[in-house]
Design a protein around this ligand. Structure first.
Ligand code: ATP
Length: 137
């Protein structure tokens, strides 16, 4: 068993898809270890996405991720990181497989409804960014 980290992004929260996305996640066998609705500041988003700071879309990404509340969660399942990436689908919703969260809820490559950690190491770093040890069960 291991863990991954996810955020339901501002586009999907604004559109009222939080409940449907959490339902799809738990129905796919993930257990919710931690969960909260929060809003990232500009400094938070710049730090969280520091790996992308030289990319041309960095400013747009920070604007988008701070424009409204997100729902952050830590999830547990065997093979959590890889299985969650499969469940969310391709970054570009036009390329996302049928049945994936991005196929159903994403609007574009930028406004793509959900985040999923890309490694066990990043899952731990990203979980610790949003949650203290006393918030993870
Ligand atoms: P995430 O890290 O959010 O799970 P990802 O790993 O599928 O997404 P990355 O390539 O790491 O995709 O990009 C991080 C995020 O940056 C994307 O989810 C998207 O919101 C945004 N992004 C990526 N490419 C573009 C782009 N060309 N234009 C605008 N935003 C983009």
């Amino acid at each position: 068993t291991n863990r991954t980290f996810t955020m339901i992004k501002p586009d999907a929260v604004e559109d009222g898809h939080t409940g449907a996305i959490l339902e799809k996640i738990t129905a796919s066998g993930f257990r919710i270890v931690a969960l909260k609705k929060t809003q990232m500041t500009t400094a938070d988003a710049e730090e969280f996405y520091a790996i992308h700071k030289e990319r041309p879309f960095f400013g747009e990404l920070v604007e988008f991720m701070t424009r409204g509340p997100i729902v952050a969660a830590v999830l547990e399942k065997e093979n959590a990181v890889a299985d969650f990436r499969t469940l969310i689908g391709s970054t570009n919703p036009a390329e996302a497989a049928e049945g994936t969260i991005r196929k159903q809820f994403a609007k574009s490559v930028g406004e793509n409804a959900v985040h999923g950690s890309d490694s066990d190491e990043n899952a731990a770093i990203e979980s610790a960014f949003h949650f203290s040890g006393r918030e993870m069960f």
